[in-house]
Design a binder for this molecule. Structure first.
Ligand SMILES: [Zn+2]
Length: 409
């Protein structure tokens, strides 16, 4: 992927915090001067080379990603060996980070729908509540980085989970995102983005970035910082910001994440999301960890209606062990590599030219990139076929489903 190697001094923002030791959780809320700078730093290679944009603390109670970025930026500052492109680190939700909370008013990682972003841009930043102000500022920063990015923009959004277990990758399943994400040896979860609307990774994908999310482990586990760091080093090399084989950290990172994944499958797909609202009084049973096998009838949680039991066999993902959150848990199942290969071939062959011939499937009357599916006629198999072809559900679940082509293909 790399044609030229440029050795040179790395340039850093001087505004970055001096050390990683503190992202205090109990700072008083108040004026903006108490907020951490949005930019964690920037390591700069040669002009026209790829850029990797990394976001930490999109959720304010998840400091691991930002801490890992500080470590890497510090390391590259003292030793820029192999640095070809650029790395930029940003804090996602500064106001929530200051409060040590996932968010203040609403989840910053669910509100990047195009119409909403346009509406917030139109305010020019005036009169916005916490997360809308964050979105406004972050959007401007991302735009600037995307404009400056030379050859190609790559991006990672770094998170942690309230439950324990091995780390994993989440992606908007386009071919280029998948190709990059599969370089990270952790379990890749596909189909989650269909359940979650308005994520920042989806926004970045719409801007043309090759992007994925990384969940580095439990929020307060110090080893989550090591895993986030490993994933960033691997990605820096995979997207050509670092010269391949030019320094030891990416290989060290691969070994760490392989060990962390253990015998878990490399790719899984989401089968079910258990949505929760605050009034549900959802309470997860203790002790569940990511990728723990479950079977039908198993007691998973309780809510105000009583027991929540598993209705299917699978692996549990992201059991909710914190107060704030709209997802109780997910159930995933392993996806065979053969299926991934087949879907890549089918997408390249543009087989969607024929899909409207299926019963219950029509071209969308207004959108070239979409089909309307009548679920009375086209049930499960048709949806599987759409997934295989690189389409995702873009409207609500009802009798008619709108399936839209993923942006980047
Ligand atoms: Zn998060």
């Amino acid at each position: 992927m790399i044609e030229t190697v440029v050795d040179g001094p790395a340039n850093f923002d001087t505004t970055a915090p001096p050390s990683e030791d503190a992202y205090p959780r109990d700072e008083p809320t108040g004026e903006d001067s108490t907020l951490r700078p949005r930019r964690l730093g920037r390591a700069e290679g040669s002009v026209g080379s790829p850029t990797l944009l990394c976001l930490g603390c999109t959720h304010g109670n998840e400091p691991s990603g930002a801490l890992a970025l500080r470590r890497i930026l510090d390391t590259l500052k003292s030793d820029p060996t192999g640095l070809v492109g650029s790395l930029v680190g940003l804090i996602g939700n500064r106001r929530a980070l200051r409060a040590g909370q996932r968010f203040l008013r609403h989840d910053l990682n669910r509100h990047w729908q195009a119409e909403r972003v346009d509406r917030i841009r139109a305010t020019e930043g005036r009169g916005l509540e916490a997360e809308d102000a964050e979105l406004f500022e972050l959007d401007r920063e991302i735009d600037q980085i995307a404009d400056q990015a030379g050859k190609e923009l790559f991006a990672m959004d770094l998170h942690t989970t309230s439950g324990e277990g091995p780390c994993f990758v989440v992606l908007d399943d386009s071919l280029k995102n998948r190709e990059l994400a599969l370089e990270v040896p952790s379990t890749v979860v596909v189909g989650l983005e269909e359940e979650l609307s308005g994520t920042v990774t989806h926004h970045l994908a719409n801007l043309g970035a090759t992007v994925f999310g990384f969940e580095a482990g439990q929020h307060d586990d110090p080893t989550s910082v090591d895993r986030a760091e490993a994933a960033i080093w691997i990605t820096l090399e995979a997207c050509g910001v670092l010269e391949a084989g030019g320094r030891p950290e990416p290989e060290r990172g691969r070994r760490l994440l392989e060990q962390d994944r253990g015998a878990h499958p490399h790719v899984v797909e989401v089968q079910y999301r258990h949505a929760v609202r605050p009034e549900d009084e959802f309470q997860m049973e203790p002790g569940f960890i990511n990728f723990q096998p479950i079977r039908p009838g198993m007691l998973l949680a309780t809510d105000r209606r009583g027991e929540v039991r598993a209705t299917r066999k699978g692996l549990i993902l992201m059991p909710l062990y914190q107060k704030l959150g709209e997802d109780g848990f997910f159930v995933v199942r392993p996806l065979r590599t053969l299926w991934l290969e087949l879907s890549a071939r089918v997408r390249r062959g543009h087989w969607e030219r024929f899909i409207h011939l299926l019963p219950g499937v029509q071209r969308h009357p207004e959108r070239d990139d979409s089909f309307v599916v009548d679920r009375r006629w086209a049930r499960f198999l048709a949806l599987e076929l759409f997934h295989l072809l690189g389409y995702r559900r873009s409207g609500p679940v009802g009798r008619f489903l709108v399936m839209t082509r993923r942006t980047e293909e």
